[in-house]
Design a protein around this ligand. Sequence first.
Ligand SMILES: C[S@@+](CC[C@H](N)C(=O)[O-])C[C@H]1O[C@@H](n2cnc3c(N)ncnc32)[C@H](O)[C@@H]1O
Length: 225
Amino acid sequence: MVRIPEPELMEEPTQVESYAHADFETAHSFLIRKFQDRLPIRFTPESILDLGCGPGDMSSRLYSQFADANFTFLDGSEFMLDLCKKRMDIMVLKKRNQKIEFKKELIQEFVPESPYDLVFSNSLLHHLHDPFEFWGAVQRSIHSDSFIFISDLMRPDSLTIADQLVVRYANDEPEVLKTDFYNSLLAAYRIEEVKEMLEIVRLDTKLNLEPITDRHWICYSKPRL
Ligand SMILES: C[S@@+](CC[C@H](N)C(=O)[O-])C[C@H]1O[C@@H](n2cnc3c(N)ncnc32)[C@H](O)[C@@H]1O
């Protein structure tokens, strides 16, 4: 099935509100467990970048795990970033000298002041019309020991399977969220396409790529030998 792109930024108020209020507990806690399982032992990042943070559900989970780190939460949608900031303001107990930044910026334009120890991104790649802009932003944001963790949806084989996934995982959600999920499945990259991207940008030697559910893949730094 050919890829059908969706708009990059999530800025339409109904879409943003319904995404922000959706119950992602099952999917997000599963992804975070996978992330935790793959982290190097005793990994304590001092700086963390969350690319395409959206309304901050994953961001808050990252903060809970690494509450002493400096964070940059980046999203190109002002509406999304405001929701993320509100959510984080409630939970962040800022330590002295701790830096918590909210950047309203396109990843295409993002040039970090210094590299991050952990670069995290969930459900952003499928929004990008040129996926290499995503990998470029990742590459600009790392140093040789950074840990990278990326997760996203994968495009199913057919529209029928996309329909079935929406029924299976979003049947009780509002119509706008069902449509959003359906469109995201159609816009998602297939795992073979992601594999090819990694080879082209030469991250294939650094990162593992695995399917982990019937609709998600993860990509993360290989253990250093
Ligand atoms: C599906 S949401 C994922 C949000 C969050 N990471 C999560 O897991 O819930 C994708 C987010 O990426 C943002 N986004 C899409 N394209 C972007 C771009 N080119 N630069 C920055 N942010 C972008 C959207 O505005 C949206 O908030």
